[in-house]
Design a protein around this ligand. Structure first.
Ligand code: MD6
Ligand code: FE
Length: 194
């Protein structure tokens, strides 16, 4: 379910929290099991953080760069994730992981499924900030045709139930820089991973 502009009223608090988080656990370009450096910068907050390593994808309770636990999930993140999930019909969503993606010109995320979480009955809440991006959503097989959706600053998407394992990706940024974030798109994805 797409909730257009759902995060707009919390913009200032969200961006402030992202800045603080990146001071504690800086954005980095992780390496995939295939040996490629990802073009999207990533960091995490919450009890668990999603990481890619040359050995695979997984959730980890510590930032492998520093050995420290990931920064705590800010209260405004928890509130936004729970209220968006509720608006999409998922009561009681309490994420334990938030992956923060940062796109710059040329960054893209190839088609993938989110399947490192324990319980696929739990939704994923995805918040877009900054520059717009075209989000591709496909089917349950990589080869299925993709629909396209323009996600703009403040939009929130809730993924769940029969759509939870759809392939999806993000095309390179185009369009106008964002007044506050410049040529960047920040995406927050909230999950109950553990
Ligand atoms: C992004 N989002 O929008 C990347 N995954 O930058 C995702 O990969 C994603 O938005 C699972 C569920 C929702 C998402
Ligand atoms: Fe994903």
């Amino acid at each position: 379910m797409l909730l257009r502009g759902f995060a707009l009223s919390m913009e200032a608090a969200l961006l402030h929290a992202v800045d603080e988080m990146c001071d504690q656990a800086p954005m980095r370009n992780m390496v995939t099991p295939g040996g490629h450096r990802m073009s999207v910068g990533m960091t995490n907050c919450g009890d668990l953080g999603w990481i890619s390593t040359p050995h695979g994808y997984r959730y980890a309770s510590k930032d492998p760069e520093s050995g420290n636990p990931w920064p705590a999930m800010p209260e405004c993140f928890l509130q936004l994730a729970a209220s968006a999930a509720q608006a999409a019909g998922f009561d009681g969503f309490r994420p334990d992981a938030c992956l923060i993606n940062c796109y710059e010109p040329g960054s893209r995320l190839t088609l993938h499924q989110d399947k490192n979480e324990r319980d696929f009955a739990q939704p994923i809440v995805s918040v877009s900030l900054g520059m717009s991006a075209v989000f591709q959503f496909g089917g349950l097989k990589r080869s299925a045709p993709c629909g396209k959706l323009l996600l703009e600053h403040g939009d929130v998407v809730v993924w769940g139930r029969e759509d939870r394992l759809r392939f999806h990706g993000v095309l390179p940024l185009k369009g106008e820089p964002h007044p506050r974030l410049g040529e960047r798109r920040i995406n927050l994805t909230f999950r109950k991973a553990g």
